[in-house]
Each structure stands twice: as structure tokens, then as C-alpha cells.
Design a binder for this molecule. Structure first.
Ligand code: NAP
Length: 298
């Protein structure tokens, strides 16, 4: 019998988890969904009351401050959510014997590597978001060392805001030209695939605390992702001209790592997970993301 708390459950990953649990979970599994309105993970007292009362077996922490550029000006709130929040959960979870799955990011690295990043590579975040996410990892592993931390990259889904939705929206509104960076290398991640990986970890009976890397397979730039999206537009939607640019030309407030390819060997070997290629997952997910945009526009 598992009783799972999903925090930040209205976000991209939270909603994919909900969809998966509602479809696949057995009757022995109870899932409680909370978001900031019902459980603010920065509120230590509220976390304590919620966790003590809940009698959970697991917590999946999907709550996060994810606005990477805004974070540069919003340091305190970003730190409270990404660093102190996981600490609040960890303190109680360790005392009460709940297991935590927490999500982190490739932005804990500075992007200077030239080979896929392993869990033992040294983090060196560039901006506020990455710095606070790294603090969250350290807090969690210090207070609840048996936690599973999954670092991911470039999440997209039909929910919330993400690169794939932005590109599709620009094409749908008839934008003539779109400029996209081609010097940030990694692989995007379907939140649906990440949810399935989390589900496998939970169901595996092979729990092993520590850090794991998970993104979709393959290596590409954001330019390549945009190219794939524009090459798969539905009939009647014209592809914008796609112009490759450097990150320095885009001049975003927060610096991004130029190289964020994650080595997945550890999660594959430990939990027997097979990871789809980013192109395969993107093609599978595009029709639903397109529908979500049409529905929200009507
Ligand atoms: N998105 C990416 O590209 C990406 C890449 C790498 C790693 N990740 C990591 O993956 C995880 C899931 O990301 P995501 O894209 O699903 O994030 P998301 O869509 O931004 O969802 C985060 C959720 O957390 C909620 N939240 C914010 N403050 C909270 C608080 N104090 N207490 C409880 N909930 C709170 C948000 O509510 P509001 O919307 O109301 O604020 C939102 O529902 C995060 O840990 C993120 O850092 C994401």
C-alpha cells in the first residue's frame, strides 16, 4: 500500500503524474494532490501539519520556482521555494519515514563540459534558479539522505508554459520569422516520459537514494527542437522562417549553461528504465499540445 503526496501538482510534471496515476495506479495506491493554495512548501508549520496528518509513504516534490529569468530579480522567493521548501519536506519526511522523490535540473551545471554530465560531475550553477535548485538538492540529501533526486532538462507538456508551446503558438499566430538559439545543447524532456520514469522508480522495489539524470535520449539544440516542431505543423499552418542565433544575441537576463547533455546510465541501470529519443516523444506529443493551444484560444 502506497500513499503518495504530490506537491506542486498543478504544474507540468504534476499534471502528467496525475494523468498517469489516474490511468494506471492500482487500488492499493492513494495519491493526494496539493499545490501552493493547499500546501505552500515554504510554510514550515503548514508542511509539518500536512505531513504529520497525511501518513504518507512517499512525497513527489514537483513544487518549484521555474521562471529562470524572473528569478534573477526574485531571489528570496526563488530560494524559499527551491531551497528552503525541499528542506522543510525533508526534515519531516526523515522523521516520519516517508520517502521523497525530488526534481532538479541540468542548470546546476555551468555548461563547460564537452561530454555527457554524470551525477558525480561537480555542480557550478550560473544563475539564481540553478543556485537555488542546487541548494535544494544539498538540503534534501543532508536532511533525508535516502531521497531520490532526478535532474531533468527542458521539460515540455500540454500544460503550463514551455518552449514547445511557445514555438507552436508563434506558428499558429502566423509569425513570419522566429530566431532560436543553436548554441545551447542538451535534450528536451517530455513531462509525460518523466512521469512514467518516476512511476517506474516507485514501482521497482529497488529504491536507492541519490541523484539521477533523466532527459529524453539524443543531443540537440533548441534550434533543432524548433525545426522539428515546424516540420511537423498541421496542414494549413505555415512554418515561420527559422533563424539560428547565438545565446549572446538573445541576451536573456539569466545565463544558461551552453552544454546540458545528461548521462542517463545510472537511472537506466538502477531502475531498468528505457528512455525514448526526444524526436520520437516530441512527434508523439505535438498533436495533443496543439489541441491544448486551440482549446485555450477558443
Ligand atoms: N520546466 C523546465 O524546463 C524544467 C527543466 C529542468 C528541471 N525542471 C524541474 O522540474 C520540476 C517540475 O517542473 P515544472 O515545469 O512541472 O514546473 P511548473 O510547471 O512551474 O510547476 C511548479 C508548480 O509548483 C507550484 N508552486 C510554486 N510555489 C509553490 C509553493 N511555495 N508551494 C507549493 N507549490 C508551489 C507552482 O504553482 P504556481 O504556478 O501557482 O506558482 C506550480 O504549480 C521542478 O522541480 C523544476 O525545477 C523543470
Amino acid at each position: 500500500m502506497m500513499k503518495i503526496l504530490v506537491t506542486g501538482s498543478n504544474g507540468q510534471l504534476g499534471r502528467e503524474l496525475r494523468r498517469l496515476f489516474e490511468k494506471d495506479a492500482d487500488t492499493e495506491t492513494v495519491v493526494v494532490y496539493a499545490d501552493v493554495d493547499t500546501l505552500d512548501i515554504t510554510d514550515r508549520k503548514a508542511v509539518e501539519a500536512f505531513l504529520r496528518q497525511g501518513e504518507f509513504t512517499h512525497i513527489i516534490n514537483c513544487a518549484a520556482y521555474t521562471a529562470v529569468d524572473k528569478a534573477e530579480e526574485d531571489k528570496a522567493l526563488c530560494n524559499a521555494i527551491n531551497a528552503e521548501g525541499p528542506g522543510n519536506l525533508a526534515r519531516l519526511a526523515e522523521e516520519l519515514g516517508y520517502k521523497i522523490i525530488h526534481i532538479s535540473t541540468d542548470y546546476v551545471f555551468d555548461g563547460t563540459s564537452h561530454r555527457p554530465l554524470t551525477e558525480s560531475d561537480k555542480p557550478s550553477p550560473l544563475g539564481v534558479y540553478g543556485t537555488t535548485k542546487r541548494r535544494g538538492e544539498t538540503a534534501l540529501l543532508g536532511l533525508a539522505p535516502d531521497s531520490v533526486i532526478i535532474r531533468t532538462a527542458g521539460l515540455y507538456s500540454p500544460f503550463g508554459h514551455n518552449f514547445v508551446k511557445t514555438m507552436l503558438s508563434l506558428a499558429l499566430e502566423g509569425r513570419k520569422q522566429v530566431r532560436v538559439v543553436y548554441d545551447q545543447i542538451g535534450a528536451p524532456t517530455s513531462a509525460r516520459d518523466l512521469a512514467a520514469a518516476i512511476y517506474s522508480v516507485l514501482g521497482s522495489n529497488k529504491w536507492k537514494g541519490g541523484i539521477y539524470h533523466y532527459s529524453n535520449e539524443g543531443v540537440c539544440s533548441w534550434y533543432d527542437v524548433a525545426r522539428e516542431i515546424f516540420d511537423n505543423l498541421p496542414d494549413g499552418v505555415k512554418s515561420p522562417e527559422l533563424v539560428p542565433i547565438l545565446s549572446s544575441e538573445y541576451a536573456a537576463p539569466a545565463a544558461r549553461p551552453l552544454y546540458g547533455v545528461l548521462d542517463h546510465s545510472r537511472i537506466r541501470a538502477t531502475y531498468d528504465i528505457s528512455i525514448p529519443h526526444w524526436r520520437h516523444s516530441l512527434k508523439r506529443d505535438l498533436p495533443e499540445i496543439l489541441n491544448s493551444l486551440k482549446t485555450s484560444a477558443s
